[in-house]
Design a protein around this ligand. Structure first.
Ligand code: MSP
Length: 731
């Protein structure tokens, strides 16, 4: 049996996954399901990239060890992906790869040793020691050239990374280098000989010109004293392996390369069975996958991947890549809760040409949910099955039009020959399969929706409800409904990789119990729906959305969410209540989410992803455990600056030193009770791991605590009677 191994990038475990990560994972999931239907033995890897400075820093900010931090992110990330049917239990990924696993340490070290032991294609040492001097962006995880940086606002400050718009780190230390410059010719040959190695062609050309412009050797280690959270360099424990070198190897260690243990239940021989695979990536990480990785594999003497396939990015209205750092994306989890996982999966694949960049907003999702799904596919299913219920008592009618009725049927607009419809469906199927396998998901879906439009028109022209008035036309009526139902069967099979749950529902409503994953769409035969079979219970698969109402709700919730935060930061409101406890969302959290997420990658904290959870009924006393309590991180912060927020009677804006690299901006609703200038220099108790929120255009990166006194809840700030260092934790 042929095999198909597809991978997504392994996502940085410094913060929770978001809509960009979801996109690549949905694409990989769709491909895996489709290939499985085609009869291939499939393996789908996703996971987390867990080492490096950025994660080390994120962990320190939340007061956890790096391992505790990544464990938390992995647990939450798995829940997020599972809610979109991407996990193992729902037939999604087979491997959730983690670079902090022991077998990966072994495999990565073995890989390093193999590279070190072999000469470069030009006959020199592949790995050597030297001194590195330059800039490093921790969130990107890459070293930056001058062209990839912008000038700092103040002379003397570190320059800014163009992607993250944040200052980069100066690195000046001894380390190991990979002699990438010796791989230029072999890489150019690869690009010539295997034109499909990098897809699409535009990306291949980009890679080619980059190689032609001259490759630089690349630093592949950091001093343990600067980046301790990483895999030790074999034979030199003072250094840890550079995260990209470490991370890329995951694609093969996951299959058992270099260790005797394998990450999953795949067992022995997985590497032989599944490697080489197809790497799906965003074009932001093209060079690492299309230059560094193949060079590393050549260096180690390991077979190259089948292909590196790079998709376009989701951008914001200003054309910037959406990311948590910039806080410029819609809350895709909210969109899921307001529609369904399948709706979001469909829209992600339908809305953007895979190779191109695209934009997505709530309205686009709701519009497609209504037009393509509720009115399109959903309506075709329910009108067809409802009529089979009504006119044939729920029993699938015969597809044949009796000879004697053919002329009449023709007059009624029903082509006596069902082949016309069947061959359109076959053509649409072929286009769909070809497009999916060529990564053109939007085209694939377009071809099916053209078919939906065609059958819809057929029903509207033929008017089965008119045919139903005459007993004589019963045979024709049955044949019409059979054709529509048979089209629906084909659609459900084809759409299973895109919308697995909805396809299953449609199948059940058709009265079919087969496993959709086991039906190869290229083997479908027209007429496979059994006459005489009983259909199931008919219910809307894609309920219509009241877009106006939902949009108004989102706006209202966004405003309320700001207001609520204002109250949370305001001691006159319900501050430090359960609502403010990360990881313990209240019912209102479930509904509440601003149209733009404000959390930054660097500040992502436990509980930043709101997940539906039960809240106890009012008046019922609840206890929290110590585990709940430790989720709230409170620290001592010194007020450096304080001022009133323009046009707000309540809000003060502080910068507060929490003993971190830079002070935080925190807003608090206490302006009616405190003169800002009198607070400068005061040490306050601050909740430091609260999800950042925007208030009146300012991001609040924490919450100050105060007692709420008297009926009107006058705020009295919590302070300290002894001197305490900034950043000290309250326990
Ligand atoms: N950890 C590295 C990858 C190592 S793979 C050996 C990394 N992680 S990441 O968390 O930054 O994820 C990057 C990937 O997430 C992109 O390549 C892409 O697949 C996906 N996306 C992140 N933001 C995205 C958009 N705005 N749009 C589309 N995809 C996006 O890089």
């Amino acid at each position: 049996m042929k095999s198909f191994y597809v991978t997504t990038p392994i996502y940085y475990a410094n913060s929770l996954p978001h809509f960009g990560h979801l996109y690549t994972t949905v694409v990989a999931d769709c491909l895996k399901r489709h290939m499985r239907q085609r009869g291939l033995e499939t393996c789908f890897l996703t996971g987390t990239d867990e080492h490096g400075l950025n994660i080390q820093r994120s962990a320190a900010r939340t007061g956890r060890t790096p391992k505790e931090h990544v464990d938390y992110i992995v647990a939450e990330g798995k829940k997020f992906f599972a809610s979109f049917w991407l996990d193992e239990a729902h037939g999604g990924y087979d491997i959730w790869m983690r670079t902090s696993e022991e077998f990966h340490y072994e495999g990565a070290q073995e890989f390093w040793r193999r590279v070190a032991a072999r000469p470069t294609p030009k006959g020199r040492e592949s790995i050597y020691k030297d001194f590195y001097e330059g800039w490093f962006c921790a969130p990107c995880g890459t070293y930056k050239t001058q062209e990839e940086l912008s000038k700092p606002a103040n002379e003397g400050d570190a320059p800014l990374c163009l992607v993250h718009e944040a200052p980069v780190d100066r690195v000046s230390e001894e380390g190991y280098f990979f002699r990438l410059s010796d791989y230029d010719e072999v890489l150019l040959k690869l690009l010539e000989e295997r034109p499909d190695f990098v897809q699409p062609e535009a990306r291949r050309n980009e890679v080619k010109s980059f190689v032609l412009s001259g490759l630089q050797d690349t630093s592949i280690s950091r001093l343990k004293t600067s980046v301790g959270w990483g895999i030790p360099v074999p034979g030199d424990a003072d250094h840890t392996i550079y995260i990209w070198f470490d991370a890329l190897i995951n694609y093969i260690t996951a299959l058992g390369f270099g260790s005797d243990k394998s990450s999953s239940s795949l067992g022995e021989g997985a590497f032989e069975k599944f490697w080489p695979g197809v790497h799906l990536i965003g074009k932001d990480i093209l060079r690492q996958h299309a230059i560094l990785w193949p060079a590393m594999l050549i260096g180690a003497g390991v077979e190259l991947p089948r292909a590196v396939v790079a998709h376009g990015m989701w951008l914001d209205p200003e054309g910037r890549k959406v990311s948590k750092t910039l806080g410029n994306m819609i809350d895709i989890d909210l969109a899921r809760r307001l529609t369904s996982a399948d709706v979001v999966r469909y829209v992600l694949l339908r809305e953007k040409a895979f190779w191109q960049d695209g934009r997505l907003g709530y309205e686009i999702i709701f519009d497609r949910a209504n037009s393509d799904l509720a009115s399109g596919l959903g309506n075709l299913v329910s009108r067809t099955l409802t009529m089979i219920g009504k006119y044939f008592d729920g029993v699938v009618p015969s597809s044949d039009i009796p000879e004697s009725l053919r002329l009449q049927a023709k007059r009624a607009g029903v082509d006596a020959d069902a082949l016309a419809l069947a061959s359109s469906m076959e053509l649409a199927r072929d286009q769909f399969v070809q497009s999916v396998e060529g990564y053109e998901f939007n085209r694939a879906l377009e071809s099916l929706w053209a078919m939906i439009a065609r059958v819809d028109k057929f029903l509207s022209d033929v008017k089965p409800w008119e045919l139903a008035k005459s007993e004589e036309q019963r045979g024709t009526l049955g044949a019409v409904l059979y054709r529509a139902a048979e089209t629906i069967r084909w659609l459900a099979v084809l759409l299973y990789p895109v919308m697995p749950e909805s396809s299953k529902k449609i199948f059940t409503q058709l009265g079919l119990a087969e496993d959709l994953e086991a039906i190869d769409p290229t083997n479908l035969k027209w007429g496979g729906l059994q006459t005489g079979g009983r259909i199931g219970e008919v219910a809307p698969v894609f309920p219509r959305i009241d877009k106006k109402k939902i949009m108004a709700e989102i706006e209202k919730e966004a405003a309320a969410s700001n207001e609520q935060t204002e109250q949370q930061t305001s001691p006159s409101g319900a501050h430090a209540t359960q609502a403010a406890v990360p990881g313990s969302p209240t019912a209102s959290d479930v509904k509440t989410a601003p149209p733009m997420q404000g959390a930054t990658e660097a500040q992502a904290v436990p509980g930043a992803q709101s997940q539906a959870s039960a809240t106890p009924p009012e008046g019922v006393a609840t206890f929290i455990t110590i585990d709940d309590f430790v989720k709230v991180e409170m620290r001592v912060g010194e007020v450096l600056t304080a001022e009133r927020v323009p046009k707000s009677d309540k809000l003060l804006r502080f910068t507060i030193d929490l003993g971190e690299e830079s002070p935080r901006q925190i807003l608090a609703g206490i302006a009616e009770h405190y003169e800002p200038e009198k607070l400068i220099g005061r040490k306050l108790a601050v909740v430091s791991n609260l999800k950042p929120r925007k208030l009146r255009g300012f991001e609040s990166q924490g919450m100050v605590l105060a007692a709420s006194v008297g009926e009107e809840g006058r705020p009295v700030l919590a302070t300290f009677s002894e001197d305490v260092p900034n950043g000290a934790r309250l326990k």
